[in-house]
Design a binder for this molecule. Structure first.
Ligand SMILES: O=C(O)CCC(=O)C(=O)O
Length: 363
């Protein structure tokens, strides 16, 4: 009874937030031109609502300059961080095929090989292998990425990599989004560059940042859910693992030692047709609830992705075979709204624990 009540109350909250603030059709509004800082703060940051801003970065030289050959020449002698996975899913849940034997390994169609301790078929949280490579080599790896060869490269590093590794391109974009800096009262904490292909998919997660995400070339497809839908995300803790390269060059998945636990959502919003029914029965609150907010951010557009929103990201390449984006992470306010979201998250976690217990005890 208490379980049903908690679930129903969380559903009510999620519906009410749509009715009062986000709108009942899951659309991300587009506004033309950079907003006034006060308007941006009042209409989007304070109510924690996403929007896409067109014609806000039209003046960036990057939009016309950043061909592959330009990037190769500007960054010919720079080293950059490149992320490798066997299937394009970094920071994602992967089924570990391995028995408890430490050090042995076996092949797995989804996530490479796994070494380390743990029960067979256990789900682990897999981080990519990060290699620092000369930019021209890294770009080649990205462009030739393919799951069939079991090596997908994504040029990205979420540590303020743009000024750290790509300073040769700094004249081509703005160092911050001026009206956002004014609205938020600070400069960005990190500016990150992303160069990838359709093989790389970013799984559902949330960040403690206000995110201004600009697409320079190609398209990014965002699937978004507000923080008040956390109970529909099926977040649980999974043992951490990471990819390493073997002497033969293939990727092996290794459990972190000592064991670390990472809370992550198991929802894949785009299961393959053959897996759709299983996905729906495992995640009824996601697939049976209100539709997620879907949007495509095109070259020259800027997405405001509010703090703590769950996002899943896919990409479509341009005519040169890549998608290029740059994002600005601004510190969020750890205010009363944050405290409420935390409360909802705790309630969702305890209601799903109770649900599991009650399903087990009634079966
Ligand atoms: O572009 C991507 O693949 C992921 C972007 C993202 O997760 C972020 O900006 O927080």
């Amino acid at each position: 009874m208490a379980v049903a009540a908690a679930g129903e109350l969380l559903d009510l909250l999620s519906r009410e937030v749509r009715e009062l603030s986000l709108g009942c059709t899951p659309e991300v509004v587009r506004i033309d031109g950079p907003p006034d800082p006060v308007q941006f703060l009042r209409d989007f940051v304070m109510p924690n609502r996403p929007c896409i801003i067109t014609n806000a970065i039209a003046h960036w030289p990057a939009l016309r300059l950043w061909s592959n050959s330009y990037l190769q020449s500007q960054l010919a002698h720079r080293s950059v961080s490149c992320h490798f996975t066997p299937d394009g899913r970094a920071d994602a849940l992967v089924q570990a095929p391995q028995s408890a034997d430490v050090g042995s390994k076996s092949s797995h169609s989804d996530g490479g090989d796994l070494e380390g301790e743990g029960p067979a078929n256990e789900i682990v949280f897999a981080s990519s292998l990060v290699e620092v490579l000369p930019f021209p080599t890294a770009l080649e790896c990205v462009l030739s990425s393919s799951c069939e060869d079991r090596s997908v490269a994504y040029l990205q590093q979420q540590n303020n990599c743009f000024p750290l590794e790509f300073s040769a391109l700094s004249e081509d974009v703005d160092s911050d989004i001026a009206w956002a800096s004014e609205a938020l009262g600070c400069k960005p904490e990190a500016v990150n560059l992303w160069i990838g292909t359709q093989e790389s998919v970013t799984s559902f997660h949330k960040d403690h940042y206000e995110n201004l995400y600009a697409v320079v070339s190609g398209e990014k497809h965002f699937t978004l859910l507000p923080p008040t839908d956390v109970h529909r995300m099926y977040v649980k803790k999974y043992p951490a693992a990471h990819y390493e390269r073997t002497d033969s060059g293939s990727l092996v998945l290794k459990r972190d030692s000592p064991t670390a636990w990472v809370p992550w959502s198991s929802v894949d919003p785009f299961p393959k047709n053959a897996e759709r029914q299983t996905a729906e029965s495992q995640h009824p609150r996601y697939f049976g609830g209100p539709l997620a907010f879907e949007c495509t951010v095109r070259a020259g557009e800027l997405l405001y992705l509010p703090s703590l929103w769950f996002h899943h990201v896919r990409q479509s390449p341009d005519s040169e075979g890549r998608t290029v984006a740059i994002n600005y992470w601004y510190d969020m306010q750890f205010d009363m709204k944050y405290a409420y979201f935390n409360f909802v998250e705790c309630l969702a976690a305890s209601s799903s624990t109770l649900e599991t217990i009650s399903i087990r005890s009634s079966s």
